[in-house]
Design a protein around this ligand. Structure first.
Ligand code: ADP
Ligand code: PEP
Ligand code: K
Ligand code: MG
Length: 572
């Protein structure tokens, strides 16, 4: 038996308005039969005139349309599906995982291992690597998605106009000892570099620094004091020794303050970044993360640039919060963006380290309130670049981000160039699962006030429906929320409520499905569906039941953005 609530808003046509009328989902016999066939036959494609082009593919698990699965000769849905079958709905991971791809993980097998291990988004950092390398990685991820049925999204991260060192003439690192004199220069060198010499990418560097300034490498990994300027060369004495890594970020400080006048004059999106963005659009990346955002203006500019270039404008723009200016203009930046990243690496070089945790909490909260996905990034498991187990402090840091219920956690060096990328991902996965379960069991999460964000009546109704459905789901202890959404908006409104049960998000578009992969608690499926909710539900139930992902009797709340409706029912 199903009970349903349909709300009617002017712009959303509803074929059969019924207010709180029970409706009985009937499951035609042939549908059931067909689904059993799909399930049994990993080897036989299921085209059926009855179901039309029913394609069902789940989240980051190895699943695809049965036809594609059969063609690729794989078992459907090894990850999410196995997780659902083994542990039931309650224990699917809600926190999403982003992995930076680098030399340690760019091979087909390594990428597949990460996808199987729970990578939801692959990030490429345009600070590093060549155009060809990036293209190969993007295409490899796409190929894996097609062949194995993953839905891994691709995020391109711009270089931005930051000041950084060159690549150390090919050396993996260089040690700077206390008291040593190093030369930082804007001259172009042929490799090998002269001893104790570092190339700097920013032409104005020698003019801008002053004798006496502190030069901070990578937010404090190594520190120098400027002692002399000779033309394009700046002589510095090492005051805090450490390891220099290729292309490490440089900031300079004067009288205890970050020098940032010049930085403020550099464009957020450099001419090289624009070329990279054109490349990202051409390759069809899902997200563009913009480094060193200072204001909403640049986000708006990029969004209109993208809208003019891709017809369905389906690249989401993520603002990286990593500078003092981005903190100052936080709300306007987040409102303008499609999501944000707490980029703690550079943020920790621009504000005192002890302020980073409160900044993180504030950004995560604001993003949730404004319904924008948020990624917590950098140094989550830094020691795992070299060691196979994390420090206890790192585990505590990951737990805190999960407890704040950030949408996603990100690996940087751990997966890009570390020795244990898969293990690091396993740590993120198991800590997320454990903390999520603990907090659910203890009912420890604080209720967060979620302000109204909609402006149109139709959006207001969607928002109210999602808030109510999430509350109902918690109060009734339902097993899952189902949401049928074309744009993904209603799925993200539900995710914002952080309900106790997982959210099965059904969407017709593969790119929406990939993008939803970044959002908390969503299990995105691609499914071709109609405006007839009853038939959508019947089809979905039979497909999911056939795969053992749901069972008769499971209690489900279903929402749809075509009908703006809520239905509560047991799976027949
Ligand atoms: N495409 C790449 N090619 C080579 N090395 C990379 C690549 N991507 C990342 N790395 C390595 O992984 C490290 C961590 O990645 P990330 O945090 O994205 O960059 P950064 O340290 O520059 O902020 C980089 O410093 C670099 O050494
Ligand atoms: C994620 C960050 O940006 P990037 O790795 O590009 O410096 C950061 O600074 O934390
Ligand atoms: K970057
Ligand atoms: Mg950064």
């Amino acid at each position: 038996m199903a009970q349903s609530l349909h709300l009617l808003a002017p712009p959303s046509p509803s074929p059969s308005p019924r207010l709180l009328q029970p409706c009985l989902p009937s499951l035609p016999h042939h549908h059931r039969l067909l689904c059993r066939q799909i399930c049994r036959a990993s080897a036989a494609p299921p085209p059926s005139p009855d179901l039309g082009p029913v394609v069902l593919a789940s989240d980051n698990g190895i699943s695809a349309s049965a036809a594609a699965a059969a063609a690729a000769g794989i078992d459907v849905d090894a990850v999410t599906e196995a997780e659902l079958k083994e542990n039931g709905f309650r224990s699917t991971r809600r926190t999403k995982l982003v992995c930076t791809i680098g030399p340690a993980t760019c091979g087909a097998e390594q990428l597949q291992a990460l996808a199987v291990g729970g990578m939801n988004v692959a990030r490429i950092n345009m600070c590093h690597g060549t155009r060809d390398w990036h293209r190969r990685v993007i295409r490899q991820v796409r190929r894996l998605n097609e062949e194995k049925g993953f839905a891994v999204a691709v995020m391109m991260d711009t270089e931005g106009s930051e000041i950084h060192m060159g690549d150390l003439g090919g050396a993996p690192s260089a040690k700077a000892e206390d008291g040593e004199i190093w030369t930082f220069s804007v001259r172009a060198f042929n490799s090998p570099l002269p001893d104790r010499t570092i190339h700097v990418n920013y032409d104005g560097f020698a003019e801008d620094v002053r004798v006496g300034d502190e030069l901070i490498v990578d937010g404090g990994m190594v520190e120098f004091e400027v002692i002399e300027k000779i033309g394009p060369d700046v002589k510095c004495r090492c005051t805090d020794p450490g390891l220099l890594l290729p292309r490490a970020n440089l900031t300079f400080w004067r009288d205890g303050c970050l020098v940032r006048e010049r930085n403020a004059m550099l464009p957020t999106i450099s001419s090289k970044d624009w070329l990279d963005i054109d490349f990202g659009i051409a390759e069809g990346v899902d997200f563009i993360a913009v480094s060193f955002v200072k204001s909403a203006e640049v986000i708006n500019h990029l969004k209109s640039y993208i809208a003019a270039r891709c017809r369905d404008s389906d690249i989401a723009v993520i603002a990286k919060i990593e500078s003092i200016d981005s903190l100052k203009n936080l709300e306007e930046i987040i409102r303008a963006s499609d999501g944000a990243m707490v980029a703690r690496g550079d943020l920790g070089a621009q504000i005192p380290l002890e302020q980073v945790p409160s900044a993180q909490q504030k950004i995560v909260k604001l993003c949730r309130q404004l319904n924008k996905p948020v990624i917590v990034a950098s140094q989550l498991l830094e020691s795992m670049i070299e060691y196979p187990t994390p420090t206890r402090a790192e585990v505590a840091d990951v737990s805190e981000a999960v407890r704040q219920r950030a949408d996603a956690l990100m690996l940087s060096g751990e997966s890009a160039m570390g020795q244990f990328p898969e293990k690091a991902l396993t740590v993120l996965r198991s800590v997320s699962l454990r903390i999520e379960r603990w907090w659910r069991e203890e009912k420890r999460y604080e209720a967060m006030e979620l302000p109204d964000i909609a402006s149109s009546l139709s959006d207001k109704i969607s928002e109210e429906i999602c808030n109510s459905a999430a509350k109902m789901a918690n109060n009734l202890g339902v097993d899952a929320l189902f949401v049928y959404t074309k744009s993904g908006h209603m799925a993200s409104l539900l995710s914002r409520c952080r309900p106790d049960c997982p959210i099965f998000a059904f969407t017709t578009s593969t790119s929406v499905r990939r993008r939803l992969n970044l959002q908390w608690g969503l299990i995105p499926f691609r499914l071709s569906f109609s405006d007839d909710m009853e038939s959508n539900l019947n089809r979905t139930f039979s497909l999911l039941k056939a795969r053992g992902m749901i069972q008769s009797g499971d209690l489900v709340i279903a929402l749809s953005d075509m009908l703006q409706s809520i239905q509560v029912m047991n799976v027949p």
